[in-house]
Design a binder for this molecule. Structure first.
Ligand code: AHM
Ligand code: MG
Length: 340
């Protein structure tokens, strides 16, 4: 008896990506091969993360990255693994990472090297030695028409609305890959016994309104006044109920909760980081892309995150991302106060 595909009990990320690619007539399979580089690398990263207490991998590497931050050994390992697996793909022309000052030209001469991948290999890694969830974020861009193969800055200095795919992997109580190619947001949980990401969260929709706000409240005194007023409104019931607070201090984990349960995540401008702390190209942009695909909204306090034209690879931005109800109030209280 032949078995219809619907009777197959699970769908792997690999199969999902191949099916997704059929939406693009004439597609060559390069894009699915590229995404498989990400799934392969993140399986290796999660393996190291899971063994962090057992192997000699916790702690500082001894170097400082371009952001002036002390690199953890796991940052360095994760970066190397992603560069290795993505570098094997002919379709990848440029790789840019939080851990490297400049973009890397991977396949300079290859005519089909049409994609740039921008990533933070291990976000939140300063938390890893206390067993807090960490994540990998990635953003995929196409080489803009007319841009030379070696003009790496122009490949990556594109607004987030030009992303053709983006996602993250959260290394939490399970390992979950969440990605979108502009056709909804889908989540896959790594089955450790199969070594495969299995579709577990199809077509994720962010709740229109949720129960939580997520912000580092220790900095409250240094937020611009409209943010203080907005957080106060969340706390005092102005949006219909009194919000509870959740803050992990690991963006991918904080966003993952916001995506599934609803609410709002904020990293506003502060005295220490007047332009925000999070990085536009490989942190805010993929998160904003996923949020919008799931029916949410992402702002930098002035405009849509995905409309920001970047001018440098490691530039920072405030990030406020959440459901439609929370973000409508944010628009009224913060964005419009700024415009007036
Ligand atoms: P990192 O890229 O150096 O790991 O820093 C980014 C992290 C985010 O995951 C998180 O949202 C933020 O820093 C937390 O910052 P803070 O400790 O100031 O609240
Ligand atoms: Mg980071």
């Amino acid at each position: 008896m032949s078995e219809s595909p619907a009777a197959v009990p699970f769908l792997t990320a690999q199969q999902h990506i191949l099916d997704d690619q059929k939406r693009f007539p004439g597609s060559s399979g390069e894009f699915s091969s590229l995404l498989s580089g990400i799934t392969m690398a993140t399986k290796m990263i999660q393996d190291k993360v899971r063994r962090a207490g057992l192997s000699d991998i916790i702690g500082e590497h001894g170097d400082t990255n371009i952001q002036g931050e002390r690199q953890q050994k796991l940052d360095v390992y994760s970066n190397e693994v992603l560069i290795h697996f993505l570098g094997l793909r002919d379709s990848v022309g440029i790789l840019a990472s939080e851990e490297n000052e400049k973009p890397m030209i991977v396949h300079q001469g290859a005519e089909n090297a049409n994609y740039a991948v921008v990533f933070d290999p291990l976000d939140g890694s300063s938390n890893i030695d206390v067993n807090v969830s960490v994540g990998t974020t990635f953003s995929i861009l196409r080489r803009p028409p007319g841009v030379a193969l070696d003009d790496s800055d122009q490949w990556v200095l594109q607004p987030g609305c030009k992303q053709i795919a983006a996602g993250y992997v959260v290394y939490g109580s399970s390992t979950i890959l969440v990605y979108s190619t502009g056709n909804g947001v889908h989540g896959f949980t790594l089955d450790p016994s199969l070594g495969a990401y299995i579709l577990s969260h199809p077509n994720i929709q962010m709740p229109e309104q949720g129960p939580y706000y997520s912000v580092n409240e220790a900095y409250l005194d240094s937020f611009p006044q409209p943010y203080v007023e907005y957080i106060d409104r969340l706390r005092n019931g102005a949006l219909g109920h009194k919000y509870a607070s959740r803050y992990i201090g690991s963006m991918v984990a904080d966003f993952h909760r916001t995506l599934l349960k609803g609410g709002v995540f904020l990293y506003p401008p502060t005295e220490a980081n007047p332009g925000g702390k999070l990085r536009l190209l490989y942190e805010a942009n993929p998160i904003a892309f996923l949020a919008e695909q799931a029916g949410g909204v992402a702002s930098n306090g002035h405009q849509r995150v995905l409309d920001i034209q970047p001018d440098s690879i490691h530039q920072r931005t405030p990030l406020i991302v959440g459901g439609r109800a929370e973000m409508a109030d944010f628009e009224r209280v913060v964005v419009q106060s700024d415009a007036s």
